[in-house]
Write a protein that binds this ligand. Sequence first.
Ligand code: NVA
Length: 233
Amino acid sequence: MGSREEPKDVAEVVSRMGDIIMARTFKHSTCEELAAHSRVPVINALSDLEHPCQILADLLTMQEVKGKLEGLNVVFLGDGNNNVTHTLCLAAGMLGMHFKVGAPEGYFMDSNIVSRAKKMATESGGSITESSDPNEVVKDADVVITDTWISMGDEAEKEQRLTIFPPYQVSEDIMKLAKNDAIFMHCLPAYRDKEVAAAVLDGPQSVAYQEAENRLHAQKGLIAWLMNLDTQI
Ligand code: NVA
């Protein structure tokens, strides 16, 4: 899509055939173009800028385990300029969470996303912080999250990234700086002993599999909401 066939044409055709389009597009602008020309709702199933379905599942998991969202200290360590980080940032702004990112200089979040989130945070009581000190940001975390250091599109920078990111690994020592009852989350697939120590991902604080299961439940909820379904799901 975008080389052989215009997103506009795909949107026009497919939206005559289905009730919803769910698109994993790479370029965020392709998703926006589909939405602009579709007769039916378009769900972003992952773009280079945002990953909203993942974050719906993450929020459901935080709500289930922590019993609330507002006021939670949510910390992301690793690649700040990442679809998962960006959508967590927007969610924190909307829902009054305190979102802190620990990332190397040059790998902070997209500045437009940060300003949108900060604007929402002034209403919700949330906050957004970025720092290159992983030990500082993780203090008092309720939730510690990471994602791969090499997202789609970053493959050519793999060697460079593998030398820059290790201080931001979610290690057992890092988890000791968070609250005692902090949970660890990861959207999967994970690289054990890269962005997260195997002992953390496979350890008692990890809720990564509950989070993965919640992709199903959150997306069922999303479909019901988009279709105005007044049914049990
Ligand atoms: N940030 C990752 C998410 C994978 C589900 C990527 O874009 O590759």
